[in-house]
Design a binder for this molecule. Sequence first.
Ligand SMILES: Nc1ncnc2c1ncn2[C@@H]1O[C@H](COP(=O)(O)OP(=O)(O)OP(=O)(O)O)[C@@H](O)[C@H]1O
Ligand SMILES: N[C@@H](CCC(=O)O)C(=O)O
Ligand SMILES: N[C@@H](CS)C(=O)O
Length: 530
Amino acid sequence: MKEYILSELLNRRLSLLGANLPLLKQCLHGIERECLRVTDEGRLAQTPHPEALGSALTNEQITTDYSESLLEFITPALADPAKVLESLEETHRFVYSKLGDEYLWSPSMPCTLPAEEDIPIAEYGSSNIGKLKHVYRKGLALRYGRTMQCIAGIHYNFSLPEALWPLLREAEGSTENDRDYQSSAYIALIRNFRRYSWLLMYLFGASPALDKGFLRGRPHQLEELDAETLFLPYATSLRMSDLGYQSNAQAGLTPCYNNLASYTDSLRKAVGTPYPPYVEIGTHVDGEWVQLNTNILQIENEYYSNIRPKRVTYTGERPIQALTSRGVQYVEVRCLDINPFLPVGIDLTEARFLDAFLLFCALEDSPQLDNGECGQCTSNFLTVVKEGRRPGLELHRNGQPISLKDWASELIERIRKLANLLDQAQGSDEHAKALDAQQAKVDDTSLTPSAQVLARMTEHDESFVQFSLRQSRVHAKTFREQPLSNEKQQAFETLARESLARQSELERDEVGDFDLFVGAYQASILAISS
Ligand SMILES: Nc1ncnc2c1ncn2[C@@H]1O[C@H](COP(=O)(O)OP(=O)(O)OP(=O)(O)O)[C@@H](O)[C@H]1O
Ligand SMILES: N[C@@H](CCC(=O)O)C(=O)O
Ligand SMILES: N[C@@H](CS)C(=O)O
């Protein structure tokens, strides 16, 4: 294998890390997994969020995303990704003990959906924050439609140990203080993520097909697999294409990732700038709230980027406030599809690769992105989601064509330097093996999850819904055959009970009217100076 040129900066950082290996056992990982609740015919469940799962407003591990029928499972942030996956798997086993005859939909793209107005928007009770979350979702309905909001994803949250940054800062003689240096380093990670995340779509995209009903009759360039299924033969992730979890209204938004202030400024502008089509509708129709405001984004959560800089917020604090006052603490990778072959939609091999990939993005040289390169990043990403497995496909790097295979192989070899350090620190070869598994997919596209979804559907002569329901049943059987120990089951049940009590308390102690609460919420970020 050709020796790939690493930047001088990365080489210096590799040797510094090599002298501080224990730090590489302290990265933190957290996963959010979404999935629809469906009936045993694969239709969207119309039942309320099961009370036995606790309050969607206050249960930190089990909540709902957009729809009352779109569950979201959230793990704690842990140093060992194997433990994160174990926690996610236990949540699935607990949930299945409370689901009755419903199933967890296995892929990202939705099941057969009812009419738009019959997709239930998640409810969070009568407290002001509960009502705000509901009105926010009503706004998403009129802006993007409820159907698109039924798409489910995996969000992979990752941070490097805080102790690493002062080491790098001193070694590089940076003049920034620790907090700003850490924020700049995460923004540099995000710039590299914009450059290279097309590789994640090729390797882990798993939504090459969808149920025809999802398009609601919209024009499309998809091909017909059967009477109910549309697909693209070389697609990796229709979820991340213009047909999926993206928005034209936000197209002009891509904030520059040159520093944290420019990122938060872009977002603050978007949540503070009226958008004429939304102004026309207004915030109320027939006296009812229909959206929190008429701005490009109602709140920063609405910005559907593939990766977000994050800081854990205090109660009632908004993401921009937390970022502006305390800087970036971790990144949230939001573009990962759910792999329908995997019981929890992601596995340890994928997590190991993601860790090495994100470490590479954090430590490799990351020049500022100028407009030309920004556009190139977006077009590479969209090319791969739509036709990443096309034989001979070329992407563009520095304005020059380069075959996806060559660029992917080169990237994996550069990432291998970080994988080897992670393995040395952890005394294993799991990261190296994870990279080998990805290289195998580059050499043979039939090994990619998107190819396997299409192959399985063709092999079984199944529609997208039939394939997905069969997979959902396979995983349900796995989880139901492995009930939790009494002790763990009771721990989940206590968490659920306590969350319901917390919601009732919030509602009982609620003061002030909702309109004032929304006004204060909006104003809370207009006052910030970056
Ligand atoms: N320092 C950290 N490093 C890595 N992951 C973290 C860190 N802090 C928190 N996380 C993880 O980030 C995720 C936060 O998910 P959560 O849904 O609670 O917040 P959020 O994504 O901001 O909320 P929302 O989904 O409503 O936008 C959890 O999985 C958590 O474990
Ligand atoms: N459901 C979206 C994410 C929802 C949200 O913004 O958290 C996805 O597919 O990833
Ligand atoms: N999680 C999605 C749907 S509610 C958002 O915050 O926009």
